[in-house]
Write a protein of this length. Sequence first.
Length: 217
Amino acid sequence: MIKLINLSKKYQMKDKNINALDQVSISIDSGEFVAIRGPSGCGKSSLLLSIGGMSRPTEGELIIDNTSIYKLSKNERCHYRGTNIGFIFQAFHLIPYLSVKDNILSANIHSGKYRTDQVDALMDKFNLGLRSNHKPSELSTGEKQRVALARAFLNEPSIILADEPTGNLDPQNAIIVLNHLKEFQKNGGTVVLVTHQNNAEEYSDRTINMETGKIIS
Ligand SMILES: Nc1ncnc2c1ncn2[C@@H]1O[C@H](COP(=O)(O)OP(=O)(O)OP(=O)(O)O)[C@@H](O)[C@H]1O
Ligand SMILES: [Mg+2]
């Protein structure tokens, strides 16, 4: 279970503070598929980064399966994240000078596993086999997103956090991505998906609506 308790995130700028998250409390069960919606700038990416252990909250606590994530040391937190969480970033964040294959394998950095055995199967699964030696700049947008997906799946995480993974895709590629996330859930995984897709409810069990750093429903 993922539990956020009164979690706030302030970004301190020179001339102002931005309350990206304001006392957010939510619980997400293991095996649940949750969609997060809300207008641009309301804090969706900030929320996902906090859940993913990548953005220390200013206040409050994040507990995943009885572990208080931000009480871990940095190394422990990186290892936890590498082993348990797959993250799909809003802007792909592929490493430009690595091939498709090495980008997928880069998920190993913090997990300590070296899953070369898995990577060929993943490239087949995500229809990237013929692109394994391409650099990100040599890929289409849909292919880049599938590399990001394969990387998130590499360490067989129990949680996938996906930040608008279909935002840059045509409807056909969007369905492919959503179906992969649904299949992950059917195999017992937890999915938190930030999305503007109108049909996301067909995939998710529950929608969390946000506005200016708060959960409104
Ligand atoms: N690193 C940062 N430093 C300062 N302010 C930030 C930072 N990251 C985000 N913000 C601000 O925090 C607020 C929430 O940003 P966030 O990226 O979480 O929004 P979002 O809901 O994901 O938006 P979008 O739908 O456009 O991706 C915004 O007002 C944004 O300008
Ligand atoms: Mg965002």
